[in-house]
Design a protein around this ligand. Structure first.
Ligand SMILES: CC(C)(COP(=O)(O)OP(=O)(O)OC[C@H]1O[C@@H](n2cnc3c(N)ncnc32)[C@H](O)[C@@H]1OP(=O)(O)O)[C@@H](O)C(=O)NCCC(=O)NCCS
Length: 144
């Protein structure tokens, strides 16, 4: 996906990743940096039956855990990103012991903004030209 311009259009500088960048980012994710250290990243692959359908990335930042998500274009608008975010909202607070999730989205990336709003994240402002979305776990989560 990182070599597909349709996928990288709103990611980073908008260009496709070369092989060295793909390897560097992959190694960073596989390094297993302890989850409480800034920059610690984990990647998850979503499957439908046994077919990989998307990648979900978590990275610890100072102000919370940043989420990122990529779906191959042939599977867009089938609810896959939404399903990955649903799973992430369940898992990340426990895995990273945080109650704050953030996402940075190019304002032109309408599908990405839409999927976050539908999952209950809210637009908190703009940082370095990107929309920042926030989500905080309810203090009542888990109570019956
Ligand atoms: C953004 C992305 C992950 C969305 O994946 P997806 O599996 O298609 O997302 P979903 O199907 O769960 O939901 C997409 C929502 O956006 C809507 N949408 C799709 N294209 C849209 C567009 N051009 N304008 C407005 N809304 C759009 C869909 O209707 C859907 O909303 P709905 O649930 O209310 O019907 C996918 O387009 C992608 O991988 N893009 C390239 C990588 C990327 O930009 N990642 C995000 C970086 S912040």
């Amino acid at each position: 996906m990182a070599a597909d311009p349709r996928v990288t259009k709103y990611v980073g500088d908008g260009g496709v990743w070369d092989q060295a960048t793909i390897e560097e980012k992959t190694q960073q994710a596989l390094r297993g940096t302890p989850l409480n250290e800034p920059g610690a990243a984990r990647w998850f692959v979503a499957h439908r039956i046994d077919q990989p359908m998307g990648v979900f990335v978590y990275t610890r930042q100072e102000s919370g855990v940043e989420i990122g998500y990529w779906v191959p274009p042939e599977y867009w608008t089938q609810g896959i990103a939404g399903a990955m975010i649903d799973a992430g909202l369940e898992m990340i607070p426990r895995l990273f012991t945080t109650d704050t999730l953030i996402a940075h989205v190019d304002p032109a990336n309408a599908a990405s903004g839409r999927v976050l709003i539908r999952r209950g994240l809210h637009l908190a402002g703009r940082e370095n030209g990107l929309d920042r979305y926030d989500w905080q776990e309810s203090p009542f989560a888990g109570c019956s």
